[in-house]
Design a protein around this ligand. Sequence first.
Ligand code: AMP
Length: 282
Amino acid sequence: MQIVRTVAETRAALRALRSKGLTVGLVPTMGALHAGHLSLVRAAREQCEAVVVSIFVNPTQFGPNEDFSKYPRTFDTDGKLLEEEKVDVLFAPGVDEMYPSGSTTFVTVEEIGDRLDGASRPGHFRGVATVVAKLFHIIEPDKAYFGQKDAAQIAVLRRMVRDLNFPLELIACPTVREPDGLAMSSRNRYLSSEDRTHALTLSKTLFHTEQRIAAGTFTARTLIDDAVAALAAKPHIRLDYFRIIDPDTLVDIENVRNGALIAVAAFVGTTRLIDNLLTAPR
Ligand code: AMP
């Protein structure tokens, strides 16, 4: 595995791979890797001849009171894991390399980018879209892999790829969960063992809602009211949102019969966690 730190080195490494005619898969990450990230790497490994992973804790997607400075950074362990997955190139730039001083150009995905987490975290998706657009330009992948765990991110990036004509396929991979249902997240490291138990309420509420849909409750309002009541009854959880929405537009839907995205975000202690389920049409 070649570790590259600069845009110029990365372009040179990619030129060498493409001169051999290899298809390139990109997996963007912020590091602190877990099995969810590795599932994306494996999908890329299966579907592409060369795999590039980026590790970059992107400051522009963090709000002023968010966890940018304390976000977990575990570069040495991450590198070993990626080596074991037979990744070809690891791109790990510094902030100055990605945002040279005087950078003033940003990508804004209007409307969708202000919904869901974009509403709770103003400017978040502007940072995400900007850094991902830059990675797409630097690496020029054939396919790029993202986790369904960040469902709003997928909607925003799909729209960006379409609107800005990026010549690549965006692939959404299923959410990887702990055996008890907790969605894997780098931020789970922040949780105390009690908080971790409280955090299980998120996935449990999603699965319970899915069961109610399977049993014939299709009205979003009913499902939401019951889920919000269940979450509000938990003293250790501070709900941000529980929504039932169209997965492409992130707009609320009234009836789940045609399929829906059920999405939740909540603070457990000081840690903001998100999770979601996609339901199939009935
Ligand atoms: P992050 O490092 O949190 O920015 O995540 C990098 C990529 O991994 C994103 O596309 C995430 O959606 C994806 N990801 C994070 N957690 C999971 C998970 N539990 N299952 C699948 N993909 C995930």
